[in-house]
Structure formats: structure tokens, C-alpha cells
Ligand binder design. Structure first.
Ligand SMILES: Nc1ncnc2c1ncn2[C@@H]1O[C@H](COP(=O)(O)OP(=O)(O)O)[C@@H](O)[C@H]1O
Ligand SMILES: Cc1cn([C@H]2C[C@H](O)[C@@H](COP(=O)(O)O)O2)c(=O)[nH]c1=O
Ligand SMILES: [Zn+2]
Length: 204
């Protein structure tokens, strides 16, 4: 009984790859197995955030909205769950070293931690917290969406809209999962458009 004590389970990959679905499935299995659980989700946009974790195919898990890992620590101290889940870990506020330290603290206290988070941003650059947590994991799952262009395993979340800010909340209107080859092709096209616009601007 309760073989999962102090394990770190990491679900990562691009958008639409099934990270949140896997987190939800794990959490629901732990409930069935008799573990006490708490699920958390960082607040990224107070206008849209609700107290639930929702997958792209609309399955739902109740969750507590938090700003930083310190909020999670407070809930864990009050409720003493044996399993916690954190969705969208890349948006959790606070210093990376504090997040890592708190997660290690949970694990050392026999609390199992399930993480779901993007490994890379829209430019193909790693999200630092996920990069830190991957080697610490007991179970590491890299999930793959389907490349919307060619149908092979996707590698990255390509942003379809122009903005370059790192955090832009969205789904299929703003992002599409692409394999490396299709992503590079897309980047070439985007660079060509930028260069062409620059030439036209210089001429005028
Ligand atoms: N290109 C795609 N590849 C795979 N799944 C997709 C794709 N587009 C939409 N989906 C849907 O996304 C679901 C996964 O959603 P979710 O678990 O929320 O993913 P993530 O948390 O990784 O963004 C799939 O079960 C599928 O219904
Ligand atoms: C790649 C990328 C994504 N985001 C945002 C877009 C979505 O709101 C979430 C990811 O959700 P999912 O459950 O993994 O589909 O993150 C972002 O802000 N910046 C990025 O570079
Ligand atoms: Zn492709």
C-alpha cells in the first residue's frame, strides 16, 4: 500500500501533447488508490483563471490557484496531502531555486509531486524550471502532440501570432504543435517576410 511515497513525476512536451491529461489521469488514479491529493495551478491571468485544470479536450480537475510556490507550501502544511499536482509549472512565480528547494522538501517528506509543464517556449528555448526538474524526476515522460503540418511527432509549440513576449496565454488560435522540420520551415518563411518588409521600408 502507498508505494508512491516521495516520487517526482514529470510530464513535459509541447502544447497539445497530453501533459495536463496525464497529470489529471495520475491524480485521479491516486484518489482511487486512497491517497489524499491536492492540485495546484499558477494564476497567470486573473481575468480568465478558474479553480479548475482543463485539458484541450475539456476534461476537468479541481485545482487551487496559486501565485508562488510559497502558497503551495502553506496549503501543504495545512492539509498534509500525500500527493500534489502542479499544472503549468513554467508559470509558477518566484525564484527557480526556491521552487526546486520546496519541491525537494515535499519529496523528502514523502509527498509525491506530479508536475506538468512545457519544456520549451515558442522559440524552442527551454523553460528554466522544467529544465531543472527533469533530471530530479523519478518518472519522466516527454509527450508528443501531432505535428499539424505533416502528422509526425511534434517537437515545439509554434506561435502563429506576431507577438514576441514570452508569456501569451492561448490555444489553437495562437499556437500549433510542429515537428522540428516544419518549425524550421515556418521560421524561414517568417524571416523572409520580415526581411521583405524591411527592404520595402528602406526603399520608402
Ligand atoms: N495536434 C494535436 N496533437 C495531439 N492532440 C491534439 C492536437 N490538437 C488538439 N489535441 C487535443 O489535445 C489533447 C491534449 O490536451 P492536453 O492534455 O491539455 O495537452 P497539453 O497539456 O500538453 O497542452 C489531446 O487529447 C487532443 O484531444
Ligand atoms: C509555447 C508557449 C505557450 N505559452 C502559453 C500558452 C498556453 O496558455 C500555455 C500552455 O498550455 P498547455 O497546457 O501546455 O497547452 O502556455 C506561453 O505563454 N508561451 C509560450 O512560449
Ligand atoms: Zn511536421
Amino acid at each position: 500500500m502507498h508505494q508512491y511515497k516521495g516520487k517526482l513525476i514529470v510530464h513535459t512536451g509541447s502544447m497539445f501533447s497530453g501533459k495536463t491529461s496525464s497529470l489529471e489521469k495520475d491524480m485521479k488514479r491516486f484518489v482511487i488508490a486512497g491517497y489524499s491529493t491536492l492540485a495546484f495551478k499558477p494564476t497567470v491571468d486573473t481575468r480568465y483563471d478558474s479553480n479548475e485544470i482543463k485539458t484541450h479536450d475539456n476534461t476537468i480537475l479541481q485545482a487551487i490557484l496559486v501565485d508562488t510556490v510559497d502558497d503551495i507550501v502553506r496549503y501543504v502544511e495545512d492539509d498534509t496531502p500525500s500527493v500534489i499536482g502542479i499544472d503549468e509549472v513554467q508559470f509558477l512565480g518566484g525564484k527557480i531555486e526556491d521552487i526546486v528547494k520546496s519541491i525537494k522538501g515535499f519529496l523528502n517528506n514523502d509527498i509525491t509531486v506530479i508536475i506538468a509543464g512545457l519544456d520549451m517556449d515558442f522559440e524552442g528555448e527551454p523553460f528554466e524550471i522544467v529544465k531543472e526538474l527533469m533530471p530530479l524526476s523519478d518518472y519522466l515522460y516527454k509527450h508528443h502532440a501531432v505535428c499539424v503540418n505533416c502528422g509526425t511527432d511534434a517537437w515545439v509549440s509554434h506561435r502563429k501570432i506576431g507577438t514576441k513576449e514570452r508569456v501569451v496565454i492561448g490555444a489553437t488560435r495562437e499556437y500549433e504543435p510542429l515537428c522540428r522540420r516544419c518549425f524550421l520551415k515556418e521560421k524561414e518563411i517568417e524571416d523572409d517576410i520580415v526581411n521583405k518588409n524591411q527592404v520595402e521600408f528602406d526603399i520608402k
